[in-house]
Structure formats: structure tokens, C-alpha cells
Design a protein around this ligand. Structure first.
Ligand code: ATP
Length: 199
């Protein structure tokens, strides 16, 4: 399973090139940091990898990728549903029975440092809690490819380190993980880096 970029470049209509000539390969087991200054095109590259956008030039090949999960910069949940429910639902969708799904969801909340907020409605979570919940929900879908935009931007260093460790564990279990980030600590926790500033 892998995603390969061949000479990929992108520009939005009427704008200059954001980047050109990117050759890269993202493999299972690897967390890759996408870095570069604000506006250089990190989220755009995630969209190209997710195939929700076609590149202006070049080619993106996705081999063996069936399930993609994408965690956006701004967390969106269902205001009145509990944190636990947000993680239980994808597990039910993957055919786990409710008791098993709840057990797995509690484990995931625990891994993301959210065990004390499971019964809270989404609307009452802090920004950092909501963002970690979206990550827990994405991991619950057992994605082949996980794309994450700025996962540590709203977090204190300890919570940020927990998130980086958990993304590493997800990759170790066989996923491809891409993380757009400005955070030097999050970048250091990745196995590889694609720096868009250099393009
Ligand atoms: N659909 C679009 N149409 C036109 N321009 C866009 C579109 N999406 C993004 N852009 C522009 O493309 C540039 C790159 O945006 P992008 O969100 O990929 O950058 P980024 O590196 O992820 O930024 P940040 O670090 O601030 O999140 C920005 O100037 C943005 O305004």
C-alpha cells in the first residue's frame, strides 16, 4: 500500500503556482510531516493526496488505499452528541456490536487523554479536546491513509506529545499518516518530512 506523487504541481485558477515538481512516496508504517510557512499549500497537498482535488500537473497514484480519514484544522462534531458517541459510531459502522464498540471507543478516548470527557456533549469540549476527539474518531475508522491538518496547534506540549505518539502507533499498525504542521516538536516526532518551502 502506498501513495506516490510524480511531478505534482498545483495552482488555483488565476493564481501563481503553489508548488511544482514534487516527487514523493508515502508508505504504510510511516508518519510524514508536511511543513512550510502558512499559505504554502500544505492543506492543498493533503487534498491532492486524498484525491478530493486533482493536481494541475503531474500524477498522484494511490495503491491499495481503501479507507481515507481526514482530520481538518477546525474540528466539527455534532454539538449535542457525547464525545464517546463520536467514536462509537464509526465502530458500529465497522460492524462491532455496541458493548464492544463502547469498550474500544473508551480505549481510544483514553489513548488521546480524553477519558474524563466521554460523557460530555461535543459543544462543551475545549478546542484541544475537540481536535483530539476528531483524531480518535478518525483512528476508529481504521484508515489505510490518515491525513491530519495541524493536530497539535491548540495543544499544550504534553497533549501534543500524546497525539504524536498515537499517530506513530497508528502508522505502526499499518497506516500511512501525513501530518501538516508548523510545530517543530510534532515534526521531530515524524519519520520523514516533505518541506513545501523548498519547492
Ligand atoms: N479552493 C481554493 N481556491 C483558491 N485558492 C485557494 C483555495 N484553497 C486554498 N487556496 C489558497 O492557496 C494557498 C494555500 O492554501 P493552503 O490552505 O493549502 O495552505 P497551508 O500551507 O495549509 O496554510 P496554513 O498553514 O495557513 O494552514 C492559500 O493562499 C489559499 O488562500
Amino acid at each position: 500500500m502506498r501513495v506516490t506523487l510524480h511531478g505534482v504541481g498545483h495552482r488555483f485558477v488565476g493564481d501563481d503556482w503553489l508548488f511544482r515538481g514534487i516527487d514523493a512516496e508515502f508508505r504504510r508504517g510511516t508518519v510524514t510531516a508536511l511543513t512550510g510557512p502558512s499559505g504554502c499549500g500544505k492543506s492543498t497537498l493533503l487534498a491532492l493526496v486524498a484525491a478530493s482535488l486533482g493536481p494541475s500537473e503531474g500524477r498522484v497514484d494511490r495503491t491499495g488505499v481503501r479507507r481515507t480519514a481526514w482530520v481538518f484544522q477546525n474540528p466539527h462534531g455534532v454539538a449535542r452528541r457525547t464525545a464517546l458517541d463520536h467514536v462509537v459510531l464509526p465502530l458500529l459502522a465497522r460492524d462491532h456490536g455496541r458493548p464492544e464498540a463502547e469498550g474500544l471507543a473508551r480505549d481510544l478516548l483514553d489513548r488521546f487523554g480524553l477519558s474524563t470527557v466521554g460523557t460530555r456533549p461535543f459543544a462543551h469540549l475545549s478546542g484541544g479536546e475537540a481536535q483530539r476527539l476528531m483524531l480518535a474518531r478518525a483512528v476508529a475508522t481504521a484508515p489505510d491513509l490518515l491525513l491530519v491538518d495541524e493536530p497539535t496547534a491548540q495543544l499544550d506540549p504534553t497533549s501534543a506529545a500524546t497525539v504524536s505518539t498515537t499517530l506513530g502507533h497508528l502508522a505502526a499498525s499499518g497506516s500511512i499518516v501525513l501530518v501538516a504542521t508548523h510545530d517543530p516538536a510534532a515534526r521531530r516526532a515524524c519519520h520523514a518530512e516533505l518541506d513545501l518551502a523548498a519547492r
